[in-house]
Design a protein around this ligand. Structure first.
Ligand SMILES: [Fe+2]
Length: 405
């Protein structure tokens, strides 16, 4: 049985519990099955021996009844403030509600939830317009991007918490918004002016609009593609550009992002095998953001990579894909170890990242969880690695490494 629920008035707190990363929500829920309730809820990501990742939603009613909605995903964000989600099943919880053990302290939040939702709504309107062969209202997308740009410019020193933009599960909605947000941070790090940032973000928001014309089965296909399928998939930049040429209120610079985002800096990209500065700056920025977001998101054919591994791949020079100046700006702006991730220190202890230091992305503030012998620390010990010369991060730790039972 599939249960559909509507969620509104959401406040979100991040934390972790003994079963993994969780977000705690206070919200109102409308449930077909159970009627209206004010719930307290937790969405927890499970990591069973790192074999699978799934999100369950735990809900507690005012009467203290506890439920679990298995494999919960947010499916519709078209009405701002009233998200819809569905779960494979809803049942009364027989074990205990997973308690949050520690809260992750606030990072500077770059994008407010309201702006993210406005952006999701703009994406869903564009999808609707393209499916109905209507003219895209580029002015609407640009207006939302203006708000996005204002928020980024208000917090010029902010380092984006890369987990924060992974709040919603639907790839169609999130990918475009994420690519715009990541591109904006790169663009502002490169010193682009406000109107340039608006054009950049608008182009990035619409970069994959041509995919709406590609069969969904092909987009999600696992395994190798036939020659014909390759040709069809690779037609999306050209199809996207053609759609945007017919739309209202978009600059040519924004449209070119759709056409050129799969070109590669050293050549051999598509559709036109351009190289270097033949590719517009906005398209070069978009391609870094596009690949980064794709690598760090669960797809039907593979699990998400950690931000750390994704940045390693981007900077490894594989494929000679990216403009080195854009990559440098990207790394300056992003935290390698986002709040909520687990890390291993040089003395073999395991720690939870609490917040980043803007001046040193490799030396965040951490909370020690286990000492070098694997024993749990009895007290909350917080260390600012930027001020501690002897301790440093040697790599990421897994949830299994960090688990404290
Ligand atoms: Fe694309």
């Amino acid at each position: 049985m599939i249960e559909t629920i509507t969620i509104f008035d959401v406040s979100v707190y991040s934390g972790y519990s003994y079963i993994g990363h969780c977000k705690e929500f206070l919200w109102n829920v409308k449930s077909r099955q159970s009627g209206d309730f004010i719930f307290k809820g937790l969405v927890c990501e499970y990591d069973f021996e790192e074999m699978m990742l799934r999100k369950d939603l735990f809900l507690r009613t005012q009467e203290n009844k506890e439920y679990v909605l298995e494999d919960f995903v947010i499916t519709d964000v078209s009405q701002i403030g009233r998200l819809q989600g569905s779960a494979k099943s809803i049942k009364i919880l027989d074990s205990s509600f997973p308690a949050i053990k520690a809260f992750i302290e606030d990072e500077k939040i770059v994008l407010s939830k309201e702006t993210q939702l406005e952006a999701f709504k703009a994406v869903s309107d564009v999808v609707h317009q393209v499916k109905n062969d209507a003219v895209i209202n580029g002015e609407q997308t640009r207006a939302v991007m203006r708000t996005l740009v204002d928020e980024v410019l208000q917090a010029p020193d902010a380092i984006m918490n890369l987990m924060d933009i992974k709040s919603f599960d639907d790839y169609t909605f999130t990918h475009n918004v994420n690519v715009s947000a990541i591109s904006l941070l790169i663009g502002s790090s490169m010193g682009l002016a406000k109107d340039e940032l608006e054009e950049l973000a608008t182009g990035c928001m619409l970069h994959d609009v041509g995919k709406i014309k590609i069969a969904i089965d092909l987009l999600n296909k696992e395994g190798s593609l036939s020659d014909d399928e390759f040709v069809e998939l690779r037609s999306h930049p050209r199809q996207g550009y053609d759609i945007l040429v017919k739309s209202r209120g978009l600059s040519e610079e924004s449209r070119l992002v759709a056409l050129q985002h799969h070109e590669k800096f050293q050549g051999n990209g598509y559709p036109a095998n351009l190289r270097g500065n033949e590719i517009t700056l906005y398209s070069r920025i978009c391609s870094v953001a596009d690949v980064y977001d794709a690598l760090t998101t669960d797809r039907p054919y593979r699990l998400a990579m950690s931000p750390y591994d994704a940045i390693k791949i981007l900077t490894s020079g594989i494929d000679r894909h990216f403009d080195p100046n854009v990559l440098t700006a990207f790394i300056r702006k992003f935290s390698l170890y986002p709040a909520g991730s687990f890390v291993r220190l040089n003395d073999a202890s395991i720690a939870l990242v609490l917040r980043n230091n803007p001046e040193s992305v490799i030396r965040p503030v951490v909370k020690l969880l286990k000492d070098s012998k694997g024993e749990k620390y009895p007290d909350r010990i917080e260390i600012n690695l930027a001020e501690s010369s002897g301790l440093y991060i040697v790599g990421q730790a897994s949830l299994t490494d960090a688990k404290i039972l």
